[in-house]
Design a binder for this molecule. Structure first.
Ligand code: WTA
Length: 635
């Protein structure tokens, strides 16, 4: 992409005004300037939020991997595309050049084809943060297969649900993974999941931990011998701009995860453009995002956004605490990282460990710092600013979602003055609105409301896989002609936005979205449990932790509560994954309910947060007496 960046606030406002005055002209210029299209579009944008139907660059043809890789071969063939930093610092770092990436993606793509994968087929990728993860994502995109990456911390049940929902034909996994001092047997999790997945025809297995695993004859194949045999070039499949590029699941407020479907053309344009401007990437910079590619942040800002810009993107396999809490800073020093993008939960965890781990390393290469995934508290913001950026590297607090595909509200470094805890101003082309409970837009500043977006942007998800009605109900029905984000926000006196948190039944724990419903479903499967309700409560490191209120069946026999707590968390680990475990479990006789039988989570949230000063009127509840009982026994 050309080297032009927005340089000061006035310029931001100028570009912003232009982008919202005539979005089609604006995005058409961006699309024309920066990308390789096989065929030009007929229309820049067609949209109708009432259906909802959104089409960007309709009629255009492209392949995103040609834009991520082939296009750079002449000018950047020997430049490092991916730096792979292994879990164990004693293992050697890998540098994968654009040329090598081309070769490896093409070979992988040919293996996929040989195993019967074609355009439109769904491929589930369940891999740790090793190069094969990025390469398999790109290999799918190369041949037009739709990748569905499932975070490798999810359990076999969660994996099976996702495979079945989109009827994947193949799983790509590894024998296992390293996480700090631990190893995890990924393949056995896959084997367990596949007991219930009839659509899967084959499993490709990358070797990572050299463990002795079971391979099922006729279904499971070691990856490396196939890659060794594969041809090193593969013509990119020509895709329509609106053809799906990938599915990525996110939690909702009901039990079933939502498979958000992202497009090829619009997603490409928006992730590339936001990456360039939000991180102010320059040609020789080294960029590092610490997310996992299993989440949207990794899709858009480890793989696609950086590679579309011909950047060097670092992939880290490990965890911030191994071999010690200096690991992140050691990597920054070792690779002279220029842009560093992480989550508030990681910042809080590292801040707690003190400065010894930071001071050992040279962090002077850092130019831009980023955060994403949850609101960042003031203390963490200042720690990051003072100790990591040394007050010289602006912090971009980027607000966005799996559904939005790319960054939506964020400062532009060196142009937008930052303000702790504020994501600040809408990105170019983004038109936020704050809505009140009656569905009216709240105009002016110093107001708060529900955050919506008024106008389409290129990388918005187009549907939920297999359930367009749910897409409409979740995002386009709360407010007429608006995309509803599920978040609350306030706008300060100068128009800066601060995200105040979810207004639905999603809790963000360590930056991971967790729907309360699937966790409750898991708990309710315990034979001793009759009903449960989960809420979030503030936690120093994780941002939020989970608090469970559990009603036990009246069987007359008494059970050891600590054992029950362990069993419940075990069930949650099996059904969803360890990230969804509860910090506190309170056994209770009842749950506060409205007369229509809806659990009043607001009250439960307040009690769990020890904020009972303003519980509101509880007298209209079906069972007001349980409130006092719950308060008396709060943990
Ligand atoms: C929250 C992650 C405050 C928000 C890219 C959103 C944030 C949800 C921020 C999406 C931020 C994300 N400040 N809250 N900078 N970024 N969130 O789908 O509640 O994993 O709706 O996408 O995370 O999480 P998701």
């Amino acid at each position: 992409m050309s080297n032009y960046h927005i340089k000061h606030l006035e310029e931001y406002y100028q570009v912003y005004r232009k982008s919202v005055r005539n979005p089609e002209v604006f995005w058409e210029e961006v699309a024309e300037e920066h990308f390789l299209w096989r065929k030009r579009w007929n229309n820049v944008l067609q949209w109708d939020f009432s259906k909802p139907e959104i089409k960007w660059f309709e009629g255009a043809e492209l392949n995103i991997t040609e834009n991520c890789i082939d296009r750079h071969l002449n000018t950047r063939g020997d430049k490092t595309a991916i730096i792979f930093e292994p879990n164990n610092p004693d293992e050697e770092t890998q540098h994968i050049s654009y040329r090598e990436l081309h070769d490896r993606v093409c070979r992988f793509a040919n293996v996929l084809k040989e195993k019967g994968i074609g355009k439109g087929d769904r491929v589930c990728i369940y891999l740790p943060m090793i190069p094969e993860l990025a390469i398999s994502v790109l290999a799918c995109a190369r041949i037009g297969a739709i990748h569905s990456v499932v975070f490798a911390g999810f359990s076999s049940t969660a994996l099976a649900t996702r495979i079945n929902d989109s009827e994947c034909k193949m799983v790509i996994t590894s024998d296992g993974s390293y996480r700090g001092a631990k190893t995890i047997d990924l393949k056995s999790i896959v084997d367990e999941a596949l007991e219930d997945c009839s659509s899967i025809e084959s499993v490709l297995v990358a070797k990572r931990i050299n463990s002795d695993i079971k391979m099922k004859e006729g279904r499971d194949y070691w990856l490396q011998p196939l890659l060794d045999e594969a041809y090193h070039d593969c013509d990119p499949e020509v895709m329509d701009a609106e053809d799906p590029l990938f599915i990525l699941y996110t939690s909702g407020s009901t039990g079933k995860p939502k498979g958000m479907v992202h497009s090829s053309g619009g997603y490409m344009v928006y992730t590339a453009y936001t990456f360039k401007n939000v991180f102010q990437y320059r040609e020789d910079d080294v960029y590092w995002c610490t997310a996992d590619i299993g989440w949207i942040t990794g899709h858009s800002y480890i793989v696609y956004g950086p590679l579309l810009n011909g950047a060097t993107t670092l992939m880290f396999e490990g965890v911030p605490s191994y071999p010690d809490f200096g690991r992140f800073w050691e990597i920054v020093d070792k690779h002279q990282v220029n842009q560093f993008y992480t989550a508030p939960t990681a910042i809080r965890a590292l801040a707690k460990e003190g400065m010894d781990h930071v001071e050992k390393y040279d962090l002077s290469s850092l130019k831009v710092l980023g955060t994403v995934g949850e609101p960042i508290n003031e203390e963490a913001w200042h720690w990051y600013d003072d100790n990591i950026g040394k007050k010289k590297a602006p912090i971009v607090d980027t607000w966005w979602q799996t559904e939005t595909g790319g960054i939506m509200i964020s400062p532009i470094p060196f142009a937008t003055p930052t303000k702790p805890t504020y994501a600040t101003l809408p990105f170019i082309g983004i038109q936020p609105a704050l809505m009140d409970e009656n569905g009216e837009e709240i105009k002016g500043n110093q107001v708060d409301g529900r955050l919506c977006i008024k106008y389409p942007w290129p990388s918005m998800a187009r549907t939920i896989w297999g359930d367009h009605q749910r897409y409409k109900d979740t995002y386009f029905s709360a407010f007429e002609n608006m995309y509803f984000t599920g978040d609350g926000a306030l706008r300060d006196e100068v128009g800066y936005y601060r995200i105040t948190g979810r207004v639905d039944d999603v809790v963000i724990v360590s930056g991971h979205n967790l729907g309360t419903a699937p966790i409750e479903d898991a708990i309710n499967e315990h034979p001793a449990v009759s009903e449960s309700a989960i809420v979030g409560f503030p936690h120093d490191i994780k941002g939020n932790a989970l608090y469970g209120y559990v009603i036990l069946k009246e069987t007359g026999e008494s059970r050891n509560h600590d054992n029950l707590r362990k069993e419940i968390n075990q069930l949650i680990t099996e059904q969803i994954g360890p990230i969804a475990k509860l910090d506190k479990i309170q056994f209770t006789k009842g749950l506060p309910k409205t007369r229509s039988g809806k659990i009043m989570r607001r009250i439960l949230r307040k009690i769990a947060s020890k904020d009972t000063s303003n519980l509101g009127d509880t007298s209209t509840l079906l069972n007001p007496e349980v409130v006092q009982d719950i308060m008396d026994n709060v943990l």
